[in-house]
Design a binder for this molecule. Structure first.
Ligand code: FAD
Length: 392
């Protein structure tokens, strides 16, 4: 792979909206990605393997629980810093960002928000340091966009719960020590349970043959009469709103992360357009190539403003789920279009692992599907503005 020469675009001087702390946090993440992710990521994506050696680095840049309080091992940062970290990581690879998103927003967040003090103290510091990795089990083979239809269930057996069912498409599943699993009790109410590797009847087979997020491990979670201790139930929130609250946090991070992938594609295409000579001229001198680049930087700038504004609202505690949906949907769509256009600008070279474009393009196919598909987020906006539910 080519050396990482990335320079971040900032067409509207958005750095003026950031504090010194934001810029320091971003710089640390950017430097780490250049040093520890860019040189190895293509090889790991090609061989479809998660690079476990980067776990400690992710923890050091604050990617595991950026906004979790320091008393639990988190970085104690605000939502803009969280977003900037996700942006920088996804600039390197969406799969690596997925690992960090799951750990922070889908595992640490529910334990912090819905768990009790013993659970927080037991799990959060180890998850923040990367000593333990976690995964989040919501999606099932027959229930993706409609998680409320889940059939995974648990029964009260007096001194423990008995968990049965299966989850599918679970990021980090093959190596996670801890799984936050959503299941229905005997009354049909959804609760979160912390399931640990090693519990009898719990297995995590890996999903192979992915063309997307190849550097992220994906798997199933199978529960065959798993005895879960009663103290592993998250006591402070139940119902579908509990997992959806985690998704708000993760989707917000994705809105920033997608900007990182788009920036990398734009920066690569811009540099290539000045170096690649055809018909005696750099291809960047042709109007059609300039149109692509001009539209890319316009879309990136709009996406940056959207993500920043949602971040300000999240800091104030006022961002709605529907507002987050709009940012996730718009920014991932923006990134996937830019990845495709940028790939074309590199001609044949664009399909090789010498450049990041094809990898970003394929990765973003998962990003536009998970955490609510592109169409489902549109329906969320539709419901929000009309008050009419078009889901079912
Ligand atoms: C690489 C990867 C990693 C993932 N990681 C996780 C994870 O860590 N944890 C987890 O729980 N899940 C995870 N997922 C699952 C992901 O969230 C689901 O794939 C997603 O929610 C879509 O569900 P589905 O694949 O079952 O598609 P379906 O729900 O079957 O949707 C198929 C199509 O139908 C459309 N559709 C569905 N319902 C409607 C409707 N009412 N109106 C209009 N169109 C509709 C959808 O938009 C989509 O285009 C991951 C997925 C992938 C690919």
């Amino acid at each position: 792979m080519k050396p990482d020469l990335f320079e971040a675009p900032d067409y509207y001087n958005l750095d003026e909206l950031l504090s010194d702390e934001h810029k320091l946090v971003r710089q640390a993440a950017r430097d780490w990605v250049k040093r520890d992710v860019s040189p190895i990521i293509e090889e790991y994506a090609q061989k479809a393997e998660f690079p476990e050696q980067i776990i400690s680095g992710l923890a050091e840049i604050g990617a595991f629980g950026p906004y979790i309080p320091e008393e639990y091992g988190g970085a104690g940062l605000d939502q803009i810093s969280y977003g900037l970290i996700m942006q920088e990581i996804e600039r390197g690879d969406s799969g690596v960002r997925s690992t960090a998103s799951v750990q922070s927003s889908l595992v640490m967040y529910p334990i912090w928000k819905y768990g009790n003090e013993e659970q927080r103290k037991k799990y959060l510091p180890k998850l923040a340091s990367g000593e333990w990795m976690g995964c989040f089990g919501l999606t099932e083979p027959d229930h993706g966009s409609n998680p409320g239809g889940m059939t995974t269930n648990f029964k009260d057996k007096g001194d423990h719960y008995l968990l049965n069912g299966a989850k599918m498409w679970i990021s980090n599943a093959p190596f996670a020590q801890v799984a936050v699993v959503w299941a229905k009790n005997e009354e049909g109410r959804i609760h979160g349970l912390i399931v640990e590797r090693g519990m009898e009847g719990f297995s995590t087979p890996e999903t192979h043959n992915k063309w997307s997020l190849r550097a992220s491990a994906t798997g199933e979670l199978i529960f065959d009469n798993v005895k879960v201790p009663k103290e592993n139930l998250l006591p402070n929130k139940s119902g579908l709103g509990a997992p959806l609250g985690c998704l708000d946090s993760a989707r917000y991070g994705i809105a920033w992360g997608a900007i990182g992938a788009a920036m990398d594609c734009y920066d690569t295409a811009l540099r290539y357009s000045k170096e690649r000579i055809q018909f005696g001229k750099p291809i960047g001198q042709f109007q059609l190539q300039q149109k692509k680049l001009a539209e890319m930087i316009t879309e990136i700038t709009k996406a940056q403003l959207l993500a920043w504004r949602v971040g300000v609202m999240r800091n104030a505690g006022t961002a709605t789920s529907a507002q987050i949906s709009m940012a996730k949907r718009n920014n991932v769509d923006m990134a996937i279009n830019i990845a495709r256009e940028a790939r074309q600008m590199l001609g044949g070279m664009g399909i090789t692992g010498e450049y990041s474009l094809m990898r970003h393009s394929m990765n973003l196919e998962s990003v536009i599907t998970y955490e609510g598909t592109h169409d489902i987020h549109l329906l969320i906006t539709g419901l929000d503005i009309t008050g009419l539910n078009a889901f079912s």
